[in-house]
Design a protein around this ligand. Structure first.
Ligand code: ADP
Length: 151
């Protein structure tokens, strides 16, 4: 079984995240969307709402599971038997950041490979941070979040 973990905050899930997961479906037997919990981070949406949005987005897709975790992503991978970490790349800044994390993760666990999918150019400007900013001022985010989600 080729199992991948797609880790992130998903605060909230965007069309960018959705696209990365859908494009990766043919690569893996199972994709576990791991909602990471970091004690030092302040979230806009509760874990329940973030999980609910993800479940709605991928409702009826048998290869996708949604789980929460805290602690190191490589430990979570071990726990669920995943050999791959899936990440998306939008910009060269993403690349530099992701490269360091992937190399650190590999030095902690050689059995887990990070796989990068380059963003669809139409979605490379989409980020959870910008969606949160728009929501703060009661703007319309429907163009940036999955179609099945109403925020
Ligand atoms: P984190 O809190 O770990 O940054 P995010 O929820 O922001 O988690 O993102 C999870 C993953 O999704 C990251 O690999 C990020 O690069 C990727 N991602 C986010 N937005 C997009 C997008 N618009 N296109 C492609 N990948 C994206």
């Amino acid at each position: 079984m080729r199992i991948a973990v797609f880790p992130g905050s998903f605060d909230p899930i965007t069309k960018g995240h959705e696209s990365i997961v859908r494009r990766s479906l043919s690569l893996f037997d199972e994709i576990i969307i791991g909602i990471g919990y970091n004690n030092n981070k302040h979230y806009f949406f509760s874990q329940d709402r973030r999980e609910h949005f993800i479940n709605k987005t991928f409702h009826g897709e048998p290869k996708i599971k949604v789980m929460r975790y805290s602690g190191l992503t490589v430990d979570f991978c071990k726990q669920v038997g995943a050999g791959f970490i899936l990440r998306g790349l939008r910009t060269s800044a993403d690349f530099e950041f992701e490269r360091a994390i992937a190399q650190m993760n590999r030095s902690m666990n050689h059995e887990v490979e990070t796989v990068f999918i380059v963003s669809d150019p139409a979605l490379s400007h989409v980020s959870s941070t910008i969606v949160r900013d728009i929501l703060l001022y009661q703007g319309d985010v429907s163009a940036f979040v999955p179609d099945s989600i109403k925020i």
